[in-house]
Design a binder for this molecule. Structure first.
Ligand SMILES: Nc1ncnc2c1ncn2[C@@H]1O[C@H](COP(=O)(O)OP(=O)(O)OP(=O)(O)O)[C@@H](O)[C@H]1O
Length: 311
């Protein structure tokens, strides 16, 4: 069964098209990665699925029911972990979870039990009576997750839940995603951290300018670009001139710099590493290291969008 179906979804803000005729299906049991750079349209899509925004056109189905015609059903089956923390500082951790679970219609003993269960799930049971203002960023994120899962939704959408938190909390959140999935939840996980998506997602869609430009397992996506090699050259100082010159070398499909690391995707069949290094040296670059890698998801993203994920 499809837990989510998006058909021909478009959202315009004035003349600007944030989501452009998008179609997408997520099957029960998937951890579905929704990958895109800043402004690609991920959050707008999530806001449409959670009915915070109304589509300009198109349809959305949760568990095969149109969300506009079955708004209560859609709400009960959906848990959203928003990008911006949605927790109240002046309520305790437990009160926060109870408040959100209450919005989904839970009452009485069931409300108390589910709220405590959700707090335990994110490892905050000993902090039930504490106020989030005293929490670390990672603890706040975990509380945010507890608020979204207490009503036991079938579909959980997490919008960049690991932004700006410590590695320990990040690992905790990734483990929670897996555990929720094992418990039967379907997860949509948006991120612009490629490694996370590669690590936990069974299927990945790449979104760019409001469109899905690729959709498949990691292996399927990589198989679309296996004729490319990935060369990384760390320089003392990289600048735009280097990028422009490299782009004119035969075989180089694209080159981009992040900090002082130049990433080049080049035709596997053309032996041009010597030429690339010579070009850099001739243009006064000081080379710190050179590495050639197998193609990965990042290669796919860069090839398809012409940009690094975190530009
Ligand atoms: N309410 C709004 N009014 C006008 N433009 C908007 C509105 N909301 C979003 N946009 C624009 O729509 C585009 C998509 O934004 P969106 O937040 O969906 O991207 P995103 O992929 O979630 O990016 P990020 O990773 O930064 O959250 C952006 O260019 C954004 O500026």
């Amino acid at each position: 069964m499809n837990v989510l179906d998006i058909r021909g979804l478009t959202k315009k803000f004035g003349d600007f098209i944030a989501v452009d005729n998008m179609s997408l299906s997520v099957k029960e049991g998937e951890i579905f990665g929704f990958l895109g750079s800043n402004g690609a349209g991920k959050s707008t899509t999530i806001n449409l699925v959670s009915s915070l925004l109304r589509p300009t056109s198109g349809e959305i189905f949760i568990l095969e029911r149109d969300i506009l015609k079955n708004s209560h059903f859609a709400k009960m089956n959906l848990g959203i972990v928003p990008q911006d923390l949605a927790i109240y500082q002046d309520m305790t951790a437990l009160e926060n979870v109870k408040f959100f679970a209450g919005l989904y219609g839970l009452r009485g003993t069931e409300l108390n039990e589910r709220a405590e269960e959700a707090l335990k799930f994110v490892g905050l049971e000993t902090q039930a009576g504490s106020y989030p203002k005293n929490f670390s960023g990672g603890m706040k994120r975990r509380l945010n997750i507890a608020c979204a899962i207490a009503h036991r939704p079938k579909l959980i959408i997490m919008d960049e839940p690991t932004v700006g938190i410590d590695p320990q909390s990040r690992n905790y959140i990734l483990a929670s995603v897996r555990k929720l999935n094992e418990m039967g939840c379907t997860i949509i996980y948006t991120s612009h951290y490629m490694e996370e998506v590669e690590e936990i997602c069974s299927r990945i869609a790449i979104v760019d300018h409001g469109k899905i430009i690729a959709d498949g397992t990691k292996e399927q996506l990589i198989a679309t670009i296996t004729d490319l090699k990935d060369i990384r050259i760390e320089l003392k100082k990289a600048d735009e001139t280097h990028i422009e010159l490299l782009q004119s070398i035969p075989g180089v499909r694209n080159a981009a710099a992040t900090d002082n690391v130049i990433q080049i995707h080049s035709d596997m069949a053309i032996d041009n590493l010597g030429g690339i290094l010579k070009c850099l040296i001739d243009n006064n670059a000081v080379i710190r290291s050179v590495e050639e890698r197998e193609p990965n998801l990042e290669t796919v993203f860069l090839t398809l969008t012409g940009r690094n994920l975190r530009d």
